[in-house]
Design a protein around this ligand. Structure first.
Ligand code: ZN
Length: 181
């Protein structure tokens, strides 16, 4: 950030008095720009024993498979956000949402909140954001083509819990991947 979002004066990256970490501070109008993690909300849409995945047609990770998920909007509840993202990315409507997984992705300042959800009908279609949308059985999941670590982990945990028949709410960290040569 270079300029104040309130008055357009240049900002300084500094620790404000009484604070313990650097913020973007505007000396012209006094505004401190606090920046906090963003929340991604999404669903595991299920029809019978199959899971709905979408093939991303947008960057990042275009051409990789994912669960429907995206940033929560201001003024929106987490459940409505997860349903909206599912509708936008898969054309499907979901209900009976159950809060299920929360991922702390501290190194990119994000949280993911994933719900379990039921498709209202097996109706879905490709969308502006998804080149393909389809149901996958457990044995068909394209593990090497999943877009994001949090989504891969969601699918792993869901399938393990499903085998056990219980779906306790869980919080997991997603750690930065070690750089490989
Ligand atoms: Zn300002």
């Amino acid at each position: 950030m270079n300029y104040c979002s309130n008055c357009a004066a240049p900002v300084e990256h500094m620790v404000p008095e009484g604070d313990d970490r650097p913020r973007y501070v505007c000396h012209a109008c006094g505004l401190v720009h606090y920046q906090n993690p963003r929340l991604v909300v999404g669903c595991i849409p299920v029809w019978e024993d199959k899971i709905l995945l979408c093939l991303r047609d947008i960057e990042p990770r275009r051409g990789k498979w994912t669960l429907p998920a995206g940033y929560l909007e201001n003024g929106e509840t987490v459940m409505a956000g997860a349903q909206r993202e599912t509708r936008e990315e898969t054309g499907a409507t979901v209900s009976r949402l159950e809060p299920y997984l929360l991922f702390d992705i501290a190194h990119i300042n994000q949280l993911y909140l994933m719900f379990r959800a039921r498709l209202d009908s097996p109706g879905f279609h490709r969308t502006k954001e998804s080149a393909q949308v389809r149901l996958f059985g457990e044995k068909e999941i394209p593990w090497n083509e999943i877009a994001f670590p949090a989504i891969e982990k969601t699918l792993q945990i869901y399938l393990a819990d499903r085998a056990d028949g219980v779906f306790p709410f869980q919080i997991h960290p997603i750690l930065e991947k070690m750089k490989r040569n």
